[in-house]
Write a new protein. Structure first.
Length: 342
């Protein structure tokens, strides 16, 4: 009986395998030039073992409501912040600056009391996925105060509310710090906001900060990009919906013209932007957006550096367990320290 059962299971397995389409590597172009790709993409050995393990993890929850997303993101950010705090000890305060709530991150050995870094966190403009993880390590490594702006979120508060909040904090800090001793940076939505705020500061004839950090962002809301067609937030894991120009982030910018030069800095006058560090990775859905904006800075004659990590997905440096994260933090911290020491 047991033997017959095993034979039946083996036969069923063989039948199911025969019914599955073969794994092939192909690419066919239709009349519009759209590529229909079937590709087997192995986990590369060019990244750390920890990163290889990370790429094997399944995608998280999808199709969440905004309330579910915010609850889950807040819980994750709290846990990730605690892990960051153990590895990069700092002091954290909750205060307001110019009426805007912020996280005031203070290094335990503040070596540069005349400097400050301003962080605008990621989270798709509608949640907070970085006010701890983006600020704690940088404050520790640079021995410099970091102010993480808890700007108003969309869709309740659309463009330019987040920009206005960040500029209000910046104006207030200018009362204490020289602009040559201030840097502005962010990841994902915060990277986008960093460029937007810089353009708006220039329009207002306010002094620009000494440095910008645009870590996985974009500068154009008017069209989708190549990497958005290939990757999800988790790279090659999870659903990969086709991008559509009709599905851009209108919850953030509402009825604003997508080519508005503040909303989409690619259409702004970028001459005279501060030295800027761009960071992305090859499975980042904002890889294209980051590199396109980097080239726009170069074309404007700005000092712009680009670092592209291998194989990792969007904003991977929020995972403190990866050796690549430690490397990325090092690049960020060294860049800010160098630029603010001038």
């Amino acid at each position: 009986m047991q033997l017959r059962h095993l034979i039946a299971v083996a036969a069923l397995t063989t039948t199911l395998q025969a019914q599955q389409p073969p794994q092939t590597n192909s690419s066919t172009l239709d009349a519009n030039g759209t590529a229909h790709v079937t590709r087997v993409v192995p986990v590369p050995t060019t990244i750390s073992p920890e990163a290889q393990t990370s790429l094997r993890r399944p995608a998280g929850a999808e199709n969440q409501s905004l309330a579910e997303r915010r609850t889950g993101t807040d819980a994750w950010q709290t846990r990730a912040g605690e892990a960051s705090l153990k590895a990069y000890p700092v002091k954290i305060e909750s205060i307001t600056i110019a009426g805007v709530p912020v996280r005031n991150i203070l290094p335990l050995d503040a070596q540069h009391p005349d400097r400050v870094l301003i962080n605008v966190h990621g989270g798709g403009f509608n949640s907070d996925s970085g006010s701890f993880t983006e600020s704690i390590p940088i404050a520790n490594l640079t021995h410099t105060r970091v102010v993480s702006v808890l700007y108003r979120l969309a869709p309740e508060h659309q463009f330019p509310a987040a920009i206005d909040d960040t500029i209000a904090v910046y104006r207030d800090l200018l009362k204490t710090y020289k602009p040559t001793h201030i840097a502005l940076y962010g990841t994902s939505a915060g990277a986008i906001l960093t460029a937007e705020v810089a353009v708006r500061l220039k329009q207002l004839n306010l002094p620009l900060p000494a440095a910008l950090g645009i870590f996985s962002g974009l500068g154009d809301f008017s069209q989708s990009t190549d990497s958005q067609a290939m990757y999800s937030l988790r790279g090659l894991t999870g659903s990969l919906p086709l991008p559509s120009n009709n599905a851009l982030d209108t919850e953030y910018f509402g009825s604003t013209n997508p080519k508005d030069p503040v909303l989409s800095p690619l259409y702004a006058d970028l001459h005279g932007m501060p030295p800027t560090l761009f960071i992305t990775s090859t499975r980042d859905l904002l890889l294209s957006g980051t590199t396109i904006l980097h080239r726009a800075f170069l074309q404007s004659g700005d000092n712009a550096q680009l670092i592209v990590f291998e194989a990792l997905p969007h904003a991977f440096w929020n995972d403190i367990s990866l050796p690549e994260t430690k490397e990325a933090y090092g690049y960020m911290a060294s860049f800010f320290t160098q630029q603010l020491s001038h």
